[in-house]
Design a protein around this ligand. Sequence first.
Ligand code: URA
Length: 276
Amino acid sequence: MTRARHPAGQVADLARQVREHLGRVRESRWPGFDAPKPAAGTEPAPSHPSPPPGRRAAPRPAPPAAAPAAARPAAAPPGWDSLDDIAAAAATCTKCPLHATRTRAVPGEGNPRARLMFVGEAPGADEDAQGRPFVGAAGKLLDRMIVAMGLAREEVFIANVLKCRPPGNRDPQPPEAAACLPYLRAQIALIRPEVICALGRHAAHALLGTQEALGRLRARFHDFGGTPLLVTYHPSYLLRTPADKTKAWKDLQIVMKRLGLSAPVQNPDPDVWGPR
Ligand code: URA
């Protein structure tokens, strides 16, 4: 059933349609064209910040050929017209037992028009307390990985397979992932990123429906409903196993190449990636 929209919601919808139209024009005809900023009051919600001023993401290349209908990411269900709708639904979700032990749901955050989306496993203690993804030690490393790619955290979108913390940071259970995946699928359908980067085996397995070892999944693109998906190591694993940072950096360079981001010639941050 279609919900009656509040006038402010209609204005926001209109602004979104204009932005999407300008984006399509830019993609199809003028690679250097930058869509004008939306009028004051029609900005996306502050929980999804725009890229920092003065920074412009590389233009989107031509969209890939349409994927077969069955392989496309599911459209957001009726009533989920925006990332805020999805966040609100996740905040009151009781579809799995994790709702009983969460402090706050962690829907995800970032640029609603991100070209690149990172998907982790599940919130940890810091994320559960703050309601924001990747804000603990692993998040600090992820931030530096993003900067090493020449991007800012605000330019990408960061989410998890699970929106609620598993007690004691235990592994996600398959029924929990199955119950939670519609939120992530809806986020992907709204954001339409050019590339998804799955962090760690739990994200990879949930998104790709495989049980293959991470070492066999990484360093190449898979297809997630028509969107290229690359698997790399989870930042928590890299904190425990710094020797594999070099491989993670190679993975991120594959993503950068796909997005047309220029790769630094040198290892950009030896503190993050270790000496070459
Ligand atoms: N690990 C994750 O997978 N996600 C977070 O948000 C934090 C740590």
